[in-house]
Design a protein around this ligand. Structure first.
Ligand SMILES: Nc1nc2c(c(=O)[nH]1)N[C@H]1C(S)=C(S)[C@@H](COP(=O)(O)O)O[C@H]1N2
Ligand SMILES: [Mo]
Length: 302
């Protein structure tokens, strides 16, 4: 079964790597980050006008609890993760189950630039220039069977390389899941790079899920297993606290976390000019993905 419907993807999410490079050159020339708005003013990073966070924000302010719960723990400790060789075991309701080597996947996939908003459930946000391929294309490689309704994902579990897994903050390995229609939506990607470079280990090397309209915890890192199933898979944060973290985890400014508001967010970085900004319904991707949730109660299915 062919899962792609690329033609529905809005052009404005796809960005041009050359623009990133121009932007970086300009940023390198700016004094202490001041005046960027003016200097870069007529250089649109994307048709939508999104300004990507600097590489440093994206790679030094992270959540990857296998390496510790501090925001700077992943950038300090994730270099211990062995990412070569790497393979993803794809199984369950597929025609061609097996271990898919990372290099073979990369040869078969088309790598695109996607400039996406990224919104953590903790109410901070960034704009990240990912490089990656559509998850639908990888699932097509394995051949999804018509009985499949969900996709389950699993992160590597390496006690020798991951200092954080000795703490029972979460049950390890980290697991996540999507409904099949969410998984094959053209906005859903497996990211393999940032700013045109291989994705750093702290960001989930060598490949991690990115679902831009959902809270960041859905975007599981360093994926080693993908399983097609007909039942809703367990997910790490939901197992840890079902009252606070649901399966859907769609960004929704009208549905607060039990302990804080989700109506606004703090953009990471921004220095002197940093201020909270309103959170957008489905993180700004409502036009693209609202149909997936037609008729669903998004308060109950948070
Ligand atoms: N395996 C794994 N994946 C994970 C996490 C994690 O702790 N372990 N943290 C999640 C959370 S809460 C967020 S906000 C994003 C952070 O991604 P970033 O560090 O690349 O910004 O990764 C998600 N994926
Ligand atoms: Mo998060």
């Amino acid at each position: 079964m062919a899962l792609r419907w690329k033609n529905t993807l809005k052009d404005h999410h796809v960005t041009d790597e050359k623009l990133f490079l121009n932007r970086r050159q300009i940023m390198g020339g700016a004094v202490a980050g001041l005046g960027l708005g003016t200097i870069g003013g007529d250089l649109q990073a994307a048709p939508e006008g999104l300004e990507p966070n600097p590489y440093e924000d994206i790679t030094q302010y992270n959540n990857y609890y296998e390496f510790g719960t501090g925001k700077d723990d992943p950038s300090r400790y994730a270099n211990a993760l062995t990412t070569e060789p790497w393979s993803v075991t794809i199984g369950g309701m597929v025609d061609r189950p097996g271990d898919y080597g990372f290099e073979d996947i990369m040869k078969a996939m088309t790598i695109e630039d996607r400039l996406y908003r990224f919104r953590c459930v903790e109410a901070w946000s960034m704009v990240i220039p990912w490089n990656g391929f559509e998850l639908a294309d990888l699932l097509d490689m394995a051949g999804v069977q018509s009985s499949a309704k969900y996709v389950a994902f699993e992160t590597a579990y390496r006690p020798d390389e991951m200092p954080g897994v000795k703490y029972p903050v979460l049950e390890w390995p980290y697991v996540e899941g999507l409904r099949l229609d969410e998984a094959v939506h053209p906005l859903t990607i497996m990211a393999t790079g940032i700013y045109g470079k291989d994705i750093p280990k702290q960001n989930g090397a060598p490949l991690r899920l990115v679902v831009p309209w959902k809270y960041g915890f859905k975007s599981i890192k360093s994926v080693v297993r993908i399983t097609l199933t007909d039942t809703q898979p367990p997910t790490s944060w939901n197992k840890a606290n079902a009252g606070e973290y649901g399966f859907y985890a769609n960004v929704n400014p009208q549905v607060d976390h039990p302990r804080w508001s989700q109506a606004s967010e703090r953009p990471v970085g921004g220095g002197l000019f940093s201020r909270r900004q309103p959170t957008l319904m489905l993180n700004g991707y409502e036009e693209d993905v609202a149909d997936l949730y037609a008729g669903m109660d998004l308060v109950r299915n948070f």
